[in-house]
Ligand binder design. Sequence first.
Ligand SMILES: *Cc1c(COP(=O)(O)O)cnc(C)c1O
Length: 397
Amino acid sequence: MSLHHGRSLISIPGPSVIPDRVLNAMHRASPNIYEGELHDITLSLFDDLKSVAKTKSDVVIYIANGHGAWEAALKNTLKAGDHVLVLNTGRFAAIWGIMAETHNYQVEVMDFGMAGTVDPSQVSERLAEDTNETIKAVLMVQTDTASSVVNDVPGVRQALDATGHDALLMVDCIAGLACDPYDMDGWGVDVTVAASQKGLMTPAGLAFVYFNEKADAARNRVNPGSYWDWRPRVNPEAYYQRFAGTAPTHHIFALREALNMLVHEEGLAACLERHRRISRAIWQAIDAWGKGSSISHNIQEPELRSYAVSTLKTGPGEATLIRSWCEREAGVTLGIGLGFGEPGTAGWDGHFRIGHMGHFNLPMAMGVLGAIDTAMKAQNIPHGDGALEAATRILAQ
Ligand SMILES: *Cc1c(COP(=O)(O)O)cnc(C)c1O
């Protein structure tokens, strides 16, 4: 007998659960793209997108996934041959760096490991050595979706300021936006990249690049090509230039509804607090499972853990057993052990992730924890007792 009937639940760190309201907003005929409602709705998105990243900087929308946002950020600010410093934790900054190499930028990676965090003092030392200011940009990820670490963005800003280094600070907040606190202007970030399918609860396909005046000045030294150029998108003579072609009509309807829910109904502060509370409940459950077993957090220090995703370590093979059982028997899809090894290796089979970003609430959290707890019992995987009890105690506070 399988318990996998009824509605299934995705608990991977992107794409996340799409609210029914957002799905329904897309269920309509194609609109007139030359005038009317679509134009008004498009224009209404920008202020809300800015408020979510806490910035007055410009933001443009690309029809792309997160990789598109990475490429746009690079193309608008850097010339082939420019030197970039990549601060890697987990996986995602490294992939951004590999992309940068394919565009013939000179890439230097400082790696802080799969369970580490960016150390601003090491960044500071490296920048201080760069007396000719060869490094044109520092690339980092705020929340690394593989390791579930949250990096110290203001600390890296301070490292740049303390050494008087002029490099652009470019931050990927794709995983954490609207889940982990982010403050583009307060933290002095020059370029922020984000995407629609995680905390913003919208299908994959929209990428966002925010850039301040300093980053736009860097745009003067480069030719990004017409598609990625952010200038006509932010200051178009005709509507179609906002997207360098046909607008992503239904994604625009979807994003409008998602931002109504996030910005105008729940409110960003309440949304962040919901993510914090649910995360703490999940962490308590992990702590309880870990008593007398091999289950543990990938990120040991609670203050370095994301409110969007949690990465767990298990005994050999256990993570894959738990994940497959949850999918097959309970209709709950958990995240793979990304970045810890190829499929079939000990690293892959010994890590999994719980995505708790975006449209995620108490019954979803308890359903996912309950499915994992049941998977461990069903397969005789050693684990401590009382995980669900520990989680509800936090949720009840
Ligand atoms: C999901 C994610 C990406 C990649 O986004 P795609 O839409 O798959 O290109 C990049 N960075 C981070 C931190 C992410 O979580």
